[in-house]
Design a protein around this ligand. Structure first.
Ligand code: ADP
Ligand code: ASP
Ligand code: MG
Length: 458
């Protein structure tokens, strides 16, 4: 961080960006807890919210049902009733505002059903309703609780390209729009309640979304634009655990992680944090804290630039496809790897893990590989049918870099499970194994046992 920013920050009052996830918006009781948290902040606060839990999935199902000519009105009715019930339970007077949003949902679906077409920009507009509904309800709930709060649509803050479903952010425009809208609010002691997940594409101006789970990213973007002193991710677990606590019941909360470790864990499947969240935070050196809305007194996990040598966590990501390319005598030829990556880039497929030998290259991607891509790769290499149904298991920690004996323990812990690929990132903070999906849970449990149950000193 430049000296000028850090010295300003030393004298700056606390400015918290507090993001509440889907479960924290998921019931009247959860919203009451979230409200108590907002009211307890000592300093300025900007709230960012996800849709009520399950709503984004429900909106996707709604769009698909409408386009397939199914009975979409039943699904729309369920979404409407869920939000109306929240409003009733919280005793809010929001009939008019909710009707406007629900009417928009109905009109979109009517057009989709009529023309039998659901383009990506229409889908993003439909999905934006999840966060617009939850932010409207939560802002009004805060007002009733005595807080001077106002709903802000991130459509007016976050500028993106037109990659609907996973839009890329235009940071210079976003930073100035966000500061232009939010600074006057906080200066006038108004707490903004901003919709996560959504943005606005440049000409034509349409709703876009930032990718599933993207509200964490929205909050990080806003924290960076507003030079926040802390980004708080309020969720339904006590912090980042040594493994997904829903998969490994013995997993424990980590008190601290480096930005790099958190980034690796998020990228390789720790759903508690969206993978893009860390970058804006690192750039402005904003500490990130993962906290539990339902256990607000717990200290949570702090993510900052401090590095400490240990093994931190094990994560896994399913739905992986492995592509194996063999080309005798080609690997030492100039440009072979470049050709491979150019082909993947041309088909807009992001490669996750790579491992090479003298005659072969294996790469993983987190989606199905199209036959057009395979055909293109076959013009310069022998390519087997891509292996689907695979999983990445990733072990993360600064200790992998500094304690070489850890690698031996790791390999013996994976034991007899067939491994398709092994890779250690250049940072040496992670080791990834690619195994069949059906073996992933077992591998996570075995590695977890080795590092966190048999010898907890590491
Ligand atoms: P939110 O709706 O608050 O954004 P998410 O469902 O996106 O919450 O993320 C929280 C979930 O992430 C937890 O319920 C937990 O099951 C899962 N998770 C996966 N890996 C981890 C991990 N290493 N530590 C904590 N939670 C994890
Ligand atoms: N509502 C969006 C989703 O379910 C974004 C989020 O929850 O972060 O993916
Ligand atoms: Mg999430």
């Amino acid at each position: 961080m430049p000296e000028s920013v850090s010295s300003v920050r030393r004298f700056q009052m606390r400015r918290i960006v507090a993001k509440f996830g889907g479960t924290s918006m998921g019931s009247a009781d959860a919203m009451r807890k979230a409200s108590a948290i907002v009211r307890s902040v000592d300093g300025e606060v900007i709230v960012v919210v996800s849709a009520v839990t399950g709503t984004t999935d429900a909106l996707i199902a709604l769009g698909n049902t409408a386009v397939e000519g199914g009975d979409w009105e039943v699904l729309a009715g369920r979404i409407k009733e869920r939000h109306r019930m929240l409003v009733r339970e919280l005793d809010l007077d929001l009939h008019q505002q909710l009707s406007v949003l629900l009417d928009e949902m109905w009109s979109i679906c009517r057009v989709v059903a009529q023309f039998g077409e659901l383009g990506p920009s229409v889908l993003d507009r439909l999905l934006s309703l999840g966060e617009r509904l939850s932010a409207t309800i939560f802002a009004e709930h805060l007002v009733v609780d005595g807080v001077n709060a106002e709903m802000v649509d991130a459509f007016d803050l976050i500028a993106t390209d037109r990659q609907f479903g996973c839009a890329n952010v235009d940071f210079p425009v976003t930073n100035s729009r966000t500061a232009g809208v939010l600074f006057p609010m906080i200066t006038n002691s108004v707490i903004p309640v901003v919709t996560g997940f959504i943005g606005q594409s440049n000409a034509p101006h349409r709703y876009t979304t930032l990718g599933r789970g993207g509200s964490d990213y929205s909050a990080a973007i806003i924290a960076a634009a507003m030079d926040a002193t802390e980004l708080q991710i309020w969720t339904d677990v006590d912090g980042m655990f040594t493994a997904d606590p829903r998969v490994i019941p013995g997993a424990t909360v980590l008190t601290q992680l480096s930005y790099a470790e958190a980034g690796e864990l998020a990228y390789f499947g720790a759903k508690v944090l969206h993978p893009k969240t860390i970058k804006p935070a690192i750039e402005r050196e904003i500490p990130v804290r993962i906290l539990n809305t339902f256990n607000a007194a717990a200290p949570g996990t702090l993510i900052n630039s401090e590095e400490c040598a240990s093994i931190k966590s094990i994560t896994s990501k399913k739905g992986i496809t492995v592509v194996n390319l063999v080309s005798l005598g080609m690997l030492d030829a100039h440009g072979f790897l470049a050709k491979i990556f150019t082909a993947f880039a041309r088909h807009e497929v992001i490669v996750d893990v790579v491992s090479t030998s003298e005659v072969s290259v294996s790469v993983t991607v987190d989606r199905k590989v199209s036959s057009a891509l395979v055909e293109e790769l076959r013009t310069f290499a022998t390519v087997d049918e891509p292996e689907t149904g695979m999983a990445i298991v990733c072990v993360v920690g600064e200790g992998l870099r500094t304690q070489p004996e850890v690698l031996g323990r790791l390999f013996s812990a994976v034991g007899p499970v067939p491994v398709s690929m092994v890779s250690q990132g250049a940072s040496k903070r992670n080791v990834t194994f690619v195994v069949a999906e059906r073996d992933a849970r077992r591998v996570v449990a075995q590695v977890f046992h080795e590092f966190f149950e048999s010898d907890p000193t590491l």
